[in-house]
Write a protein that binds this ligand. Sequence first.
Ligand SMILES: NC(=O)c1ccc[n+]([C@@H]2O[C@H](COP(=O)([O-])OP(=O)(O)OC[C@H]3O[C@@H](n4cnc5c(N)ncnc54)[C@H](OP(=O)(O)O)[C@@H]3O)[C@@H](O)[C@H]2O)c1
Length: 371
Amino acid sequence: MIPAEAGRPSLADTLRADARTAAKPQLAVVGATGAVGSVLLGILSERADIWGEIRLIASPRSAGRKLTVRGAEVEVVALSEEAFDGIDVAMFDVPDEVSAQWVPVAVSKGAVVIDNAGTFRLDPDVPLVVPEVNAHAARVRPRGIIASPNCTTLSMIVALGALHAEYGLSELIVSSYQAVSGVGKAGVDTLRAQLSAVSGTELGTTPGDVRRAVGDTLGPFPAPIALNVVPWAGSLQEDGWSSEELKIRDESRKILGLPELPVTATCVRVPVITTHSLTVHARFENEVTVGGAHEILAAAPGVVLSDDPAEGEYPTPADVVGTDPTWVGRVRRSLDDPRALELFVCGDNLRKGAALNTAQVGELVAAELQG
Ligand SMILES: NC(=O)c1ccc[n+]([C@@H]2O[C@H](COP(=O)([O-])OP(=O)(O)OC[C@H]3O[C@@H](n4cnc5c(N)ncnc54)[C@H](OP(=O)(O)O)[C@@H]3O)[C@@H](O)[C@H]2O)c1
């Protein structure tokens, strides 16, 4: 046996450590430089270290950049077929069209893909997974793909799943107050640029004064987002609905296994950097009480109840940002309907709304691959 020098691991220790690393699944993060990808690298660094190599992939524009994950600098490689050599699990955080082209390539190279884009979410052969609600679905993946829901659905569904398990959900009406990072880095850059254009002014008192001040810096938004709210998120669909509103409907139905659930959503963009909020009117099969809902929410994994209006206690994006759980407050029984609850819900759209859910699904897959 080769003895260890003081302070240095012995050869045997090194070989054992290498063997452990070899047994761990190899992970690729595709879109590592983006809004979701950057948060994912932080989350992978904080959670249990279950991965062997973590390979960072982005567009050729970012190849050669160095990013930190698990305390070490890792060089970003350009997306290519070879980039998936030896990869067991690939987490995709890229635009829809990139995911449509490259997810099948990663699967063909033997990787299980967890995709954050909208591309495969409604494919009947692709499970749409939120571990607190339907972890079992992750095991059945005929296409080798697991989808992660959109950030607005994810910001409420853990709390709703817990209430549904007890009371049986029969109808959902929601309005969202969505942060600008929901459209990626471009959204954040736009709000910050507009905030500097209006800061220190008396703007917001006459029609169009804010619009004139921000000029042609609307970025990905159809109207000024500083000092404003914009009743639009996503692209225009049939009959005036937005894509984001339809995603909430379709994805909630799929995750909860309620294909006929009546769902109505109105999506609104607000000048918040990160953390989506929603008002929720949820109707159930059974009568509800505020006390009962409090008990369910307080005990639900991944949910924090923050509901004491007399003390000014309710969640707001400014306090919730950077945290993992879904925060719920303003719990009331509807005045005219003993089967309905009104809630205000906040969730960090980049953490549980995207990167954290992906990491949690990855942990389910890794356990399965190793088990
Ligand atoms: N933001 C949210 O709250 C949220 C929540 C849930 C799901 N999602 C979904 O997650 C995905 C990523 O969103 P994001 O907000 O992180 O977007 P983002 O900030 O714009 O980042 C996009 C990422 O994709 C990479 N990329 C773009 N084109 C590429 C190409 N042709 N080849 C390889 N890589 C390419 C970018 O690399 P470069 O830096 O090299 O360009 C970057 O890493 C989207 O599908 C989005 O719908 C977002």
